[in-house]
Design a protein around this ligand. Sequence first.
Ligand code: TXA
Ligand code: MG
Length: 310
Amino acid sequence: MKNNLSIIKKAKNLLNKDECVAIPTETVYGLAGNAYSDKATLKIFKLKKRTKKNPLIVHYNSLQMLKNDCFINIEFSKIYKKFCPGPITFILKLKKDSKISKNVTNNKKTLAVRFPKHPITNKLLKLLKYPLAAPSANISTKVSPVSKDDVKDEFGKKVKLIINGGRSKIGLESTIINLVSKKKILRLGGMERSKINRYFKKNIKYSSSNKNITVPGQSSLHYSPGIPIKLNATKAKANEAFILVKKRKKTLKNYFYLSKTKNLKQAGRNLYKTLRLIKKKNYKKICVEKIPNIGFGEVINDRLERASIK
Ligand code: TXA
Ligand code: MG
């Protein structure tokens, strides 16, 4: 922890100077900057080569700080108690007098907010006088990072500090739920849909398009390892990588297991690491066996479908 403290202080100093720092979270690593600063948030977009039309998620550590930026009612306080900190992002109504940089929201009247669960990042957030805007720490459209080395792969030395918080426990981005007007899931992710439905006592619809907001990250090519992907494959040639969710009796060099026992949570955790590894090994094509479309399987399929758009 002593070591962590000095890294956290270094991160704080950089962030206070409008620099970007990569932070660990339980979902994926984020590329963080002061959400109140135009300069810092602009740097995030530049580093990621991200279109400014795609708004950022802002990370908080206390409801108190969130109240400066968004309208909070009793219903939200209850949702917060149930799900936070955790792998879920809420779309809320932005307050007019909020200090959130316009770069973050692309001038929209809503804000995506999240309370991450990682001891180092939570400690850092506690020390700051502002929340952190943080998209996934990858070049736009590429695979999200789940470790310090992944972030290094993406940005090299362009990011001044990458905090090492170990491997992300969930390994998939947060679930995004719109709480403005009719409740809707905008992105499947680390918080199981079943848990959300149970809490609200109804099926919350999932739709990645929203008539008021275009969410480029949700619809076009995304999460891409830069190699063609074939889904629902039953076999692969020797020079193609074959991704499987359950260990085979006879295994080959080009077989990559997401899990040994068809454990879909574990498979989700291993997905992005596996895609990165396959790319590093220079395979020119990826075949993926059919993955059950339930629980985390649904999220894995969503990511693979987007990654396979040509
Ligand atoms: O797990 C996560 O959510 C990670 C970690 C770092 O927190 N962050 C992440 O951020 O995945 P990013 O930028 O890669 O994805 C954020 C998504 C984008 O697709 C964006 O379009 C959507 O959130 N978003 C942001 N603000 C929004 C808003 N006001 N309404 C609808 N969607 C929004
Ligand atoms: Mg992303």
